[in-house]
Design a protein around this ligand. Structure first.
Ligand code: MN
Length: 215
């Protein structure tokens, strides 16, 4: 009863060079992301079995596994699309009105003071994750503002209802083969591959969602 599937990468393994090498992309997508997809599907099956048997002895572990694998699948699915080749069009720089992403640029300035301040906060939040985690730019629907979240693993330290629009994977598997222990170098290089068109698309969709406590 598999319901989650591994999405295709929107580019080839070498597309993000020199920022991320092809070996990292291949392992990260084909092995790590695939494991979260399988983990989410397996956990749903185990929960069905537990319901059928009224066997709730493992409920805490199963609920934790569901949050971990499902969040891992969701964040990676966003991550691949958040990036574009630094050699092509749309990768890197900052969001500009001239590129059709002016609303996103305005929202960033409104929420953080300036693009530079936002960039500094997301870089810092990502590079200082303890253990495994992510730096995330999220739309917070109650206030209608953008916030930066520092996520533990794939699912911890998240404000309920906030919607991720730009995610930086700060797990060692995302960079270690190329950057070794220099996590901050990797995060700083990530800005060269941000696909602002995709981030803007996610921001627009998040903004159009129904605020959770307005009814
Ligand atoms: Mn990852």
């Amino acid at each position: 009863m598999a319901i989650y599937t591994l999405p295709e990468l929107p580019y080839d393994y070498a597309a993000l060079e020199p920022v991320i090498n092809p070996q990292i992309i291949e392992l990260h997508h084909d092995k790590h992301h695939a494991a979260y997809v399988k983990g989410a599907n397996d956990t749903l099956e185990q929960l069905e079995e537990a319901r059928d048997k009224e066997a709730w002895g493992t409920i805490n572990g199963l609920e934790k596994n569901l949050a971990f694998h499902l969040s891992g699948h969701i964040l990676h699915s966003i991550y691949w699309n958040n990036m574009a080749s630094p050699k092509g069009e749309g990768g890197g720089g900052e969001p500009l009105a001239a590129d059709g992403v002016g609303e996103l640029a305005d929202a960033i300035t409104e929420s953080f003071g300036s693009f530079a301040k936002f960039k500094s906060q997301l870089t810092k939040a990502s590079a200082t994750t303890q253990g495994s985690g992510w730096g995330v730019l999220a739309y917070e629907p109650i206030s209608g503002r953008l916030i930066v979240e520092q996520v533990y693993d794939h699912q911890g330290n998240v404000g309920q209802g906030s919607i991720p629009v730009l995610v930086f994977d700060a797990w060692e598997h995302a960079f270690y083969l190329q950057y070794k222990n220099q996590k901050v170098d990797f995060i700083e290089a990530m800005w060269q591959v941000v696909n602002w068109q995709d981030v803007n698309k996610r921001y627009q969709a998040a903004k159009a969602s129904i605020p959770l406590i307005s009814f």
